[in-house]
Ligand binder design. Structure first.
Ligand code: ADP
Ligand code: ZN
Length: 429
């Protein structure tokens, strides 16, 4: 049942004691870094977890400003690895690891996969990007630590992915949800029967927001159980929070991070159950401890016990990043609301793009969706009816009337990494 029973089912009082002890050690360590030296100079030992609010927040911008070594809290001789996230604007954010960090990360990754049912008899195909992106190497080490045959195939080349799955009898796959949908086109094209020709049983889907409808679609397409996998490179990477076999929210590993939820506008802490921005303080990181890192991810903490027996609290599916929120004529909209509606219509294909543009000084929302040639066999008139139906369902969900435009299957751009769903064409206000 458990990878580390003593830790996963630890009494909450002991867990909190352990957390406080770790936080005090992390504070002392962080003080050695250029970035935290002054910020933490007046902070002494915390007497209780309630005092965590005294610590300063850390933002992605702080990491950028301290590029390249400002957040490093140890000598370079102890550092063995770095990862870095996109950095499309300005300096990238860089994250460093010691040997111990890599081992701890591998352990929580293994714990995550084990809690979703992966075992050392599994063949694990890791389709996440290897390299600076933490998605690939993180679960690669986790897969090996768990004892699975780990195939470092990386992303893309769908035919080769399926060839590997067939020949090595892959049972477990780590995949971006948007890529899982796209890969299924190749499954069909090659006439592969997922039940007869493949041995798949578990998918880990994560690294980008996706809806429950998307999970169900993936489970249906591949005949697997799909588990939500959450992580971010600033803390280490995948394996920070994970669904157990109950598939009811994600256990956040509370011996590895101390989670808080804050109001995204005032940054005041919110009680369990209320939705806000997830803030994480590292508990074990040696190269780069982070104090109250603002993830920009929106979720809530579920403190009710889980049926699996793990005592680490859970977070709800991440609905969006705060910066994904689109404001259309004053109405707040998240891409996931649109995805949910599109996926409920069988004639709609799996790839879509959301465009924002100006029209007569008003914001307009246009959604381009690929048509599904298997389920849509109608005439132009039928297409118009379908379009109108989607507009009205979206209007109900969003409170905004979008323009819906069906386009040919395979005509929208695809990316090898995370899907880029929103294109803002509005003149900057
Ligand atoms: P970035 O995408 O910022 O370049 P990362 O690769 O570290 O950097 O991605 C981490 C981010 O990906 C998270 O902060 C979150 O927004 C998103 N993410 C990761 N896992 C999930 C998930 N299971 N559900 C929704 N969003 C996720
Ligand atoms: Zn559970």
């Amino acid at each position: 049942m458990f990878w580390q029973k003593d830790i996963e089912t630890m009494d909450r009082k002991d867990l909190r004691k352990f957390q406080l002890d770790c936080i005090n050690k992390q504070i002392a360590l962080a003080k050695k870094s250029e970035h935290y030296k002054d910020k933490l100079s007046k902070i002494g030992e915390l007497k209780s977890l309630e005092e965590v609010v005294k610590l300063p927040f850390t933002t992605k911008q702080d990491l950028r400003d301290s590029f390249p070594y400002g957040c490093l809290a140890t000598d370079l001789k102890n550092v063995v690895r770095m990862h870095s996230s996109s950095g499309t604007t300005g300096n990238p954010t860089v994250v460093f690891h010691t040997q111990e960090d890599i081992a701890n990360w591998a352990n929580i990754s293994a714990r995550s996969m084990y809690c979703a049912g992966a075992r050392n008899t599994d063949v694990f195909q890791n389709t996440m990007g290897y390299g600076l992106f933490s998605g690939g190497l993180g679960f690669h080490y986790g897969g090996e630590r768990l004892g699975m045959l780990t195939i470092p195939i990386g992303p893309g080349n769908s035919k080769r992915q399926l060839w590997f799955m067939q020949h090595f009898k892959t049972t477990v796959v780590h995949i971006l949800p948007s890529y899982a949908l796209r890969l299924s086109n190749t499954v069909k094209e090659l006439g592969i029967d997922v039940k007869k020709d493949l041995n798949l049983r578990i998918f880990f889907i994560g690294a980008e927001p996706h809806s429950e409808a998307m999970r169900q679609k993936i489970e249906e397409l591949y005949g697997v159980k799909a588990y939500n996998s959450y992580g971010l490179s600033e803390i280490s990477g995948p394996g920070i929070a994970f669904e157990c076999q109950c598939q009811q929210h994600l256990h956040i590993w509370e011996d590895y991070v101390y989670p808080e939820i804050v109001d995204p506008k005032t940054f005041e802490p919110l009680p369990d159950g209320e939705e806000g921005e997830l803030v994480l303080t590292t508990l074990q990181r040696q190269a780069m401890p982070l104090m109250r890192y603002r993830t920009k991810d929106l979720t809530r903490i579920i403190s009710e016990p889980c049926a699996c027996g793990r005592t680490h609290r859970r977070i709800a599916r991440i609905t969006a990043r705060t910066d994904d929120m689109m404001i259309i004529n004053g109405v707040n909209i998240f891409p996931i609301q649109i995805e949910k509606t599109i996926l409920s219509i069988p004639e709609a294909g799996k790839n879509y793009v959301i465009e924002l543009f100006d029209h007569n000084c008003m914001d307009k929302l246009r959604i381009k969706i690929e048509i599904n040639n298997d389920t849509f066999k109608g005439t132009l008139k039928d297409l118009e009816i379908l379009q109108n139906r989607l507009v009205s369902e979206l209007k109900q969900e969003l409170d905004v009337t979008p323009v819906v435009q069906f386009v040919e299957a395979g005509s929208l751009p695809v990316s090898e990494g995370k899907a880029k769903r929103v294109v803002d064409l509005r003149a900057k206000k």
